[in-house]
Design a protein around this ligand. Structure first.
Ligand SMILES: [Fe+2]
Length: 387
């Protein structure tokens, strides 16, 4: 990232992706197949399935998947499809769902998953337990009708799925950078204190690009810049994300006051106890790390021009377990910042539809935004020839 304090030269502007890459159903289909279904995709927290038999339904770019906590307490995932006639096994709307009360965020199955169509019944390991009036034998054993598994891994309390038809890429490969950048934050000991869900009328790449730069912070986020003045200095260039970004004097966390009654996480460095850090686990987990909470955003692309965003507020379990635990200082501040971001991203999406739009540019201080272009090219190749 460039660290110049003088204005950048306009000749250093770099072209963004062609406008139709942010709106085309064909590009979206290719991205689903080659990115969201081939990479490890974050779908939630293990604590959403606290007990044996809990079931979570999620939708990964158009593919419905059930996550189950089985007999041995282990998590497993399967396509939400009965092997008999293809009916969906669980018909609840997929998570995240803003309209559903939190208590219903994990459903309980009674020791089995029963298809609502003909009552074919599956164990939590995906094996078929019984099918009414069907006799299985050696020529056609029950084992032939197990649910189709989806690869599942966990890290730091997050659940990741991989829907690849081939062998998934090594899970650890996606975690190298976050482990280096946020290695001291105690993710596994964090619990959801609150959740906000937004439906945003913008392509997922517009949101990723926006998350990746702070050139917009001055014009878009007055409250945020009052808390972290460095975000508006030099157009957001030269921010030292490796060390974290300092708050205004006297402030040390992401609340309107810049302070909190909650303690900083144990094990942080001296700088991390007062600075703000952020990291992306591609393709869909965005982590904003304060000293006493993490705002974890999962992006759920639902259409070329729509993305659902779940924003989980994670706190140390020693805080969430306290009587009277109240995360509203964090939630209120983030909601202001989030809505500013989503509105400006929706504006970009709407503007890009114009016949008069000739393609966007990245300024040098948005260099990290180009990550999404580079990431996409790595996984999709150059599509300009075929689209
Ligand atoms: Fe922003």
């Amino acid at each position: 990232m460039s660290v110049e304090s003088q204005p950048v030269r306009a000749s250093d502007l770099k072209a963004a992706l062609p406008p139709h890459f942010y709106a085309s159903p064909e590009v979206f289909r290719l991205e689903a197949e080659r990115i969201f279904h081939r990479q490890w995709f974050a779908v939630g927290r293990t604590e959403q399935l606290p007990a044996r038999g809990d079931v979570l339904v999620v939708e990964v770019a158009g593919e419905s998947v059930i996550v189950v906590r089985g007999k041995d307490e282990a998590l497993a995932a399967f396509y939400n499809v009965c092997r008999h006639r293809g009916s969906q096994l669980v018909r609840e709307p997929p998570l995240p769902d803003a309209d559903r009360p939190k208590a219903r965020n994990s459903g309980r199955a009674s020791g089995a998953i029963v298809c609502p169509y003909h009552a074919w019944t599956y164990n939590h390991d995906g094996s078929l337990r019984a099918a009414p009036f069907v006799q299985f034998d050696d020529a056609c054993p029950k084992g032939k009708f197990s649910l189709t598994p989806v690869a599942l891994e966990t890290w730091g309390g997050f659940i990741f799925l991989n829907l690849s038809r081939e062998a998934p890429p090594p899970f650890e490969d996606q975690l190298v950078k976050v482990k280096r950048m946020l290695g001291r934050y105690p993710f596994a000991d964090l619990r959801r204190g609150a959740q906000l869900v937004y439906d945003v009328a913008a392509n997922w790449k517009v949101l990723m690009e926006n998350y990746n730069e702070c050139y917009h912070c001055g014009p878009v986020h007055p409250e945020l810049c009052a808390l972290v003045p460095a975000f508006r200095e030099q157009g957001g260039a030269g921010l030292a994300w490796e060390d974290g970004i300092p708050h205004r004097p006297g402030a040390w966390t992401f609340t309107a006051s810049g302070t909190s009654t909650r303690a900083p996480f144990p094990g942080l460095s001296e700088a991390e106890r007062t600075h703000h850090k952020g990291e992306i686990v591609y393709p869909n987990l965005l982590l904003s790390a304060a000293a006493e909470h993490i705002a974890a955003f999962t992006l759920w692309p639902t259409a070329p021009d729509r993305t659902r965003i779940a924003c989980e507020f994670l706190f140390h379990e020693s805080e969430t377990s306290k009587p009277g635990f109240d995360p509203s200082d964090v939630v209120d501040f983030w909601d202001v910042v989030n809505l500013q971001d989503w509105r400006i991203c929706e504006s970009v999406q709407a503007g890009m539809r114009s016949r008069g739009f000739r393609g966007a540019y990245y300024a040098p201080m948005e260099d990290a935004s180009m990550d999404i272009r580079r990431y996409r090219e790595t996984h999709l190749g150059d599509l300009t020839a075929i689209l």
